[in-house]
Design a protein. Sequence first.
Lengths: 215, 111
Amino acid sequence: MMNDLLVQSSQLPYAATCPSCVRMTVTCTNTPWCQCVGKELSPVCMKCGKCACAASTGLRLRFWFEAPQWLIDARELERLRRRDQTVAADAPIDVMIVDDDEEIRSMAAYCVQRMGYSVALAACGEGALKSFERSIPRLIITDALMPKMDGRELCQSVKSSYPSIKVIIMTSLYTASRYRYEAYRRYRADDYLAKPIDFAQLQEALQRILPGAVR
Amino acid sequence: MNAPALTLEMLHERFRSGLDRRLSQLNACLLTLHSPMDPAAKWRSLEELTRGFHSLAGIGGTYGFSAISEAARRGELTCGSIELPLSAGHAGMLAEVIESLTTAVAEARRL
């Protein structure tokens, strides 16, 4: 009984300044961990939804210096769990979402994951192509307008090198039918989605392009 | 990078908390257009302003805030028709768009 109480009281939610948004946030036992590859593992802030990996060293160190022991132990456990699952993490993925806007990426990922597909994210065309070294997706959903390599170039590149990968271009540019035609004909996209994203349309497109994958 | 498991509440909270930053960026670009800076800097600001409106139009609708999306879309279309130096007509249109956006953002924060 006493041991139970001690365990519970030592795992009280940890209220601290988020190193990313510098606002007061709470970390508890079910707070998700970040997915940054090769970076320091840190919990995702409930306020800004970001981890501490990109924050300044001083703020990160302060966060961990003041962190309770249960959180430090939980981080170590998570590290061990991920090390054991490295092979599984490199397994084939269903859908890659490419958009330079993090909030669009996250919302699209949320919806695609809810449909039962595995999802990977990239912020630009180059990032998407580079990630093919680890795992090749069955479908890419890409924004058309992005800095550096944009979605249209990505689509052309993917269709030249990996013709089996399906590509959906999503953008508010392609609202007129001639633009839709251009997406199909010139960039060889398999489908196009207009922004703002209509999630019923996204679901319909996914079921059509990746049939049977919905769990 | 594999997608992190965020909840819908976290996504909405993050979107709402980022609205002020987006609005400040748009205002900063607008100030540059009005300031006596060199034309190249003004063109860059106009490009950034167009991109900011474009992004907000897409994301606002995606998160279900149609008033934000519509105001931002108007801003994007206005930017597309601007020639520098900024005319009084276009300056007025942009000011009106920013005002609509500020109202829509305040509304979104209240929800």
